[in-house]
Each structure stands twice: as structure tokens, then as C-alpha cells.
Design a protein around this ligand. Structure first.
Ligand SMILES: [Zn+2]
Length: 351
């Protein structure tokens, strides 16, 4: 059966360079979740900050039946200190630069980067987290575990506010990745009212989960930005519904089991998401199907296409429909929604 498929604007492929995650794992996870195209983050085991690693990644991508669009980092080695050669990479079809997982924190460097990226006609995708290079926290406040450091809302909003000023100054195309706070939604709303070239995304977990009764002994709840309050969650949903936030992206982040089944402080950041994204969002009944097609399919395609990527508009894909229970095939497993049994109550297409 031919059906339309989704495009994920935020996937961590881990390859090239990963001993644990192979390209086929990502391909299978994407197909299980209804995604035929993904935008890969550059913080793979080998960081994509030069042409050589980009070509290595593309060689692996070329064997897959999904389309993998590539980004490169904003700074060398994601160290937040030195720009990479944006011009060279745009000449080879990369038009999005991001240090995702980390922010560009230094204000002077950010100014240089926003100006340079405007000059080459590309886009900045920013993970907003002010203390990422110095003293990253663990969890959103409030929490009752004194060993865990709070990640305050200002971690996100201070970087976002600065970036929006740079967008205003240089006209650089900007995309705010995985927003988590109601204050950030308001900042993007104002930016759009002022016609700045800005788009934004949220993850399924920030839309579906709040931090009430969050188990701080369980490493699977550790992700950046952290899961925040019910008020923030409702603000993110409102932002999607009024068009302030354009896209729901998975931030699919596979980790070895040993890195997640440890105490919260030591756990790696991030959860898998490609397979659970649509079924969980659809089952939640927060959005109707037309909304979800907009957030998972139409808007991500439009964003990439406008930035310069060759996109399969409304691509169809061959899927085998079966009545098997939904499951995560990715190894290692670190889904926030593992064990959830509501998934088979979807319309039957994706179960
Ligand atoms: Zn990120």
C-alpha cells in the first residue's frame, strides 16, 4: 500500500564512526515509525565538521531506502570556539549548521557565525542551553533530589533572546530546536510577528509528558532540554496549535543500555523517538490527523525545501501493513514510552 510518510527534522544517526549503531538500525527505526526522510544531526561518533566526514556519512546513507539529509556543525569539533568552513560545505549541498547537543554560547563567536552563515545563504539550527560547555545541569526545577542540578528556564531563553537579536541584525535563517518552555514560545511568537526568518520545533516527549512525579532515579527521563512543568507543556501545545511552533521533531537519540540504566546524574542525555512519535501523538488525541500531517510531514518538508534541500514533496512509500504489536526494534532500547499499550488503538496504519 502506498501512503504518505513523515520527515524527521532532528535525528541522531550516531554513524559514521559508531560501533553500536549502524545505518540499518536508523533506517529500520525510521520506517517503523512512518518516516521516509530524516535530517541527521552532525554530532555523530565522527563529528561532521568537514567534507571528508560528510562524504563518509553520505556513503553509508546511500545504501538505505530512506533519504538522509545532512547537516554540519557550527563549530570545529562542536567545541564552541572556532567556525568551520561553511562555504565549502554549502558548495557540497549542506545548508544547515548546528552544534546540536551544545549551543554556541560565546556572544562574539555567535555574531561572527550568524553573519557568515547569512553570507553563504544557509541556516543556523540552535540547541539553546547556556551552561552546556561549562556546568550542564540535570533536570528541570522543581525537584526533590538534592544531588541533581537544576536546569533553569533561562538556560534556554538567554541563548534564544540573543540569537533572535542576531537574526534581526543579520537576517540569518534561524530554527530553534526542541523548545521546552512557555517563555520560548512567546519569544518565537514575537519574532514571527516581526517577520523574522524563524521557525521552531518541539519533541513528542515535551508535548506528552510533564515533570510531575518524574522518577529521578530513572536515567531514561534524562534529556536536554529537560521535561518541564504542565504549564510549559500546555504552552508548547498552544504554540503548535496557533502556528508559532512549526514542527514536531523526534530528537531520536539511541544510547547503549549501560549509558541509560544508571542513576540520573550519570545517565546519557536523550531518548529514541522515531518509532513512537506518531502513534503516541495520535493516541494522545491532542491533535487531529490534519494537524499531525502538518507537523510531521508538510512543515518539515517546506522548511528543508525553503533552505535549499532537495525534498520529495509528499513522498509516498511502500509499507507493509501487519497486525503485530508496536515494538521498538532499535538497539539499544531507550524509549520513554516503552511498555505503553495504547499504541495499537491507532487507525491501523502504523501499528
Ligand atoms: Zn539538542
Amino acid at each position: 500500500m502506498q501512503i504518505n510518510s513523515f520527515l524527521d527534522l532532528h535525528t541522531h544517526t550516531r554513524y559514521p564512526g559508531s560501533k553500536l549503531i549502524k545505518q540499518e538500525d536508523i533506517e529500520q527505526a525510521a520506517k517503523n515509525g512512518g518516516y521516509s526522510e530524516i535530517l541527521a544531526m552532525p554530532n555523530s561518533s565522527k563529528i561532521i565538521d568537514n567534507l571528508e566526514v560528510l562524504e563518509e556519512a553520505r556513503k553509508l546513507d546511500s545504501s538505505l531506502s530512506i533519504e538522509v539529509h545532512r547537516t554540519a556543525s557550527l563549530t570545529k569539533g562542536l567545541a564552541g570556539q572556532e567556525p568551520i568552513d561553511y562555504k565549502k560545505l554549502t558548495e557540497h549541498g549542506v545548508f544547515i549548521f548546528t552544534d546540536d547537543g551544545l549551543s554556541v554560547v560565546d556572544d562574539n563567536l555567535a555574531e561572527t557565525i550568524f553573519r557568515s552563515i547569512k553570507e553563504v545563504g544557509a541556516a543556523v539550527f540552535q540547541h539553546c542551553e547556556k551552561s552546556c560547555h561549562t556546568m550542564p545541569g540535570d533536570i528541570a526545577p522543581p525537584n526533590d533530589n538534592s544531588h541533581l542540578k537544576a536546569i533553569h528556564i533561562s538556560e534556554e531563553t538567554e541563548i534564544l533572546k540573543r540569537d533572535l537579536k542576531l537574526v534581526e541584525k543579520y537576517g540569518t535563517r534561524y530554527h530553534a530546536q526542541h523548545l521546552s518552555t512557555i517563555e520560548s514560545v512567546e519569544l518565537i511568537r514575537e519574532a514571527k510577528i516581526n517577520n523574522l526568518p524563524v521557525t521552531a520545533e518541539v519533541t513528542p516527549h515535551h508535548v506528552l509528558v510533564n515533570n510531575e512525579n518524574l522518577d529521578t532515579s530513572d536515567g531514561k527521563y534524562k534529556m536536554y532540554p529537560p521535561i518541564r512543568t504542565e504549564n510549559d507543556r500546555l504552552g508548547l501545545i498552544a504554540g503548535l496549535k496557533d502556528g508559532t511552533i512549526d514542527v514536531i521533531s523526534t530528537d531520536h537519540a539511541p544510547h547503549p543500555k549501560n549509558d541509560k540504566v544508571v542513576n540520573f546524574k550519570e545517565a546519557s542525555r536523550g531518548v529514541v523517538g522515531l518509532e513512537s512519535s506518531f502513534p503516541m501523538l495520535y493516541s494522545s488525541k491532542i491533535f487531529n490527523l490534519d494537524d499531525l500531517v502538518m507537523f510531521l510531514d508538510i512543515n518539515p518538508r517546506k522548511i528543508l525545501s525553503d533552505i535549499g534541500y532537495k525534498i520529495n514533496q509528499m513522498r509516498t512509500f511502500e509499507w507493509k501493513i501487519c497486525d503485530k504489536e508496536f515494538y521498538t526494534i532499535s538497539e539499544p532500547k531507550n524509549s520513554l514510552f516503552e511498555g505503553n499499550t495504547t499504541l495499537i488503538e491507532t487507525n491501523g496504519i502504523y501499528v
